[in-house]
Write a protein that binds this ligand. Structure first.
Ligand code: FMN
Ligand code: SF4
Ligand code: SF4
Length: 437
């Protein structure tokens, strides 16, 4: 049986599945039930500085996007950091860590951007016996208006400064949580790395307004006729998170920087993909808020089964394996030529592939044959874009088939070359032509 034990920046957990800092980790009652269900670790809901706790709105704090089957695809929230007393949280963290020594307990923090504030809170957290801290530089609403959260995460110089303060004032590992609300995610990651962070975690939530009520003309969630942007998360953000993780994983300036991946992780497969993309472990929020703590059991068994089937004995066996396969567009092989193939036995003749191809620009699928509905790809028009595969409602009905070297590409009238050739050497590339001259 595959060994799922994880060691992330020296923090050990029985599996790589941690709960992200959010409502499921806001109190001991929750965290204990999460551990009973099998979660390997938690990042405690973000603590703020000593004093009166923050105040949340008393109306709806979530907005959502659903699929046609009403499955939750994206969740938006306007919740702030913990609104429970600092010392109550610290006491509970200490007790939970004592009772669950084999699980990871990391504490998320957000205090004003002044060294004194960080110096004041770090020893309090250290005293709990927690395994590490996560710096919340990501919250995009409410706290950012007060100069914290994303307001820090969006300025690499601030990120570097605060990480340095934390590294200088605690022996605990420091995980820097990044905001995706930035043009180039590598900039804050590099700043955190330069300051000596032990790891980065990403993504926090994405600025978003999920909908506008067309009766009241107010954004949702609506508080007494007004709304504000919130933070978007859930399955819809996974592709954005995966891309950002890949950018850091393949950045030479961030070489060796451990990554804790967050964003839309719902299944063992999502987790395996992020880990193949360079993440050391994963954190989950929306999936647990939607389906409950016990989904970790399916994540654990699914990952074990896949690792057993593939012969991966430990997490290290597949960690980062996808990273060398992420490249820039200009290096993609232009001699890799495929054509769409429709399995007539599976086709239910709905015509979606035809409409998509016809109206997208390629006109490569026929809709009729001998007066009957019949959908077939015309190789002389197919540019191999894959759109028909994506819109077809029958899984596996349309597949992309590679043309072998030497075969005739009916669209271009040229034989397929066995050689790899990319844009950097293509005759249409002015830069390539200049280089050749
Ligand atoms: C209601 C809610 C509250 C959150 N609160 C925090 C927080 O206090 N600190 C933090 O770092 N991230 C917070 N997050 C962000 C999550 O930790 C996570 O980064 C984000 O939801 C993406 O993961 P997911 O797609 O699995 O939900 C919150 C998310 C939600 C939905
Ligand atoms: S791959 Fe693209 S061009 Fe080819 S048939 Fe499908 S939609 Fe049309
Ligand atoms: S979308 Fe799929 S099922 Fe529908 S006609 Fe095209 S190939 Fe057949």
């Amino acid at each position: 049986m595959a060994d799922l034990r994880s060691n992330f920046v020296g923090i050990k957990s029985p599996n790589p599945f941690w709960l992200a800092s959010a409502p499921p980790t806001d109190k001991a009652y929750n965290v204990e039930r999460a551990f009973k269900a099998g979660w390997g670790g938690v990042v405690w809901k973000t603590l703020g500085e000593e004093g009166p706790p923050v105040v949340n709105v008393n109306g709806p704090r979530y907005g959502a996007i659903w699929g046609a089957d009403r499955r939750l695809l994206g969740l938006n929230n306007i919740e702030l950091i913990t609104d429970r007393d600092l010392y109550v949280n610290l006491r509970e963290i200490k007790q939970v860590k004592k009772d669950w020594p084999d699980r990871a307990v990391v504490v998320s923090l957000m205090v004003p951007c002044e060294e004194e504030s960080w110096k004041a809170i770090l020893p309090l957290v250290e005293e709990t016996g927690a395994d590490g801290i996560e710096l919340n530089f990501g919250c995009p609403h409410g706290m950012s208006e007060r100069g914290m959260g994303a307001a820090v995460g969006q300025v690499p110089e601030y990120v570097e400064m605060v990480v340095r303060w934390c590294k200088a004032n605690t022996r605990m590992p420091v995980i820097t949580k990044l905001t995706p609300n930035i043009t180039d995610i590598r900039k804050p990651a590099r700043a955190a790395h330069a300051a000596g962070t032990d790891a980065v975690s990403l993504i926090n939530t994405i600025n978003s307004i999920t909908s506008v009520n067309l009766d009241t003309f107010a954004p949702e969630p609506t508080i007494d006729g007004k709304g504000t942007h919130g933070g978007y998360c859930g399955p819809a953000v996974k592709p954005i998170a995966l891309s950002m993780v890949s950018e850091i994983a393949r950045d030479s300036e961030c070489a060796g920087l451990p990554i804790s991946a967050i964003g839309g992780i719902t299944t063992w497969r999502d987790a395996a993909e992020f880990m193949a993309m360079g993440a050391g472990n994963v954190q989950v929020c929306t999936a647990v808020m939607t389906y409950g703590f016990k989904i970790v059991q399916e994540m654990i068994s699914g990952l074990e089964n896949w690792m057993d089937a593939k012969g991966h004995a430990t997490l290290a066996d597949f960690a980062g394996r996808a990273v060398p396969n992420v490249t820039d567009w200009q290096y993609l092989n232009l001699n890799y030529i495929t054509k769409a193939r429709i399995d007539q036995d599976k086709c239910i003749k709905c015509g979606r592939c035809y409409i998509a191809c016809e109206d997208t620009s390629h006109q490569a699928i026929t809709a009729m044959k001998d007066g009957q509905r019949h959908f077939e790809v015309q190789d002389n028009e197919c540019v191999a874009c894959n759109l028909c595969v994506d819109v077809c409602p029958v899984e596996g009905c349309i597949t992309m088939e590679r043309l072998e070297a030497g075969a005739l590409d009916q669209r271009t009238g040229k034989k397929v070359s066995a050689d790899y050739a990319n844009w950097t050497t293509h005759p249409n590339n002015p830069m390539a032509t200049e280089a050749a001259e």
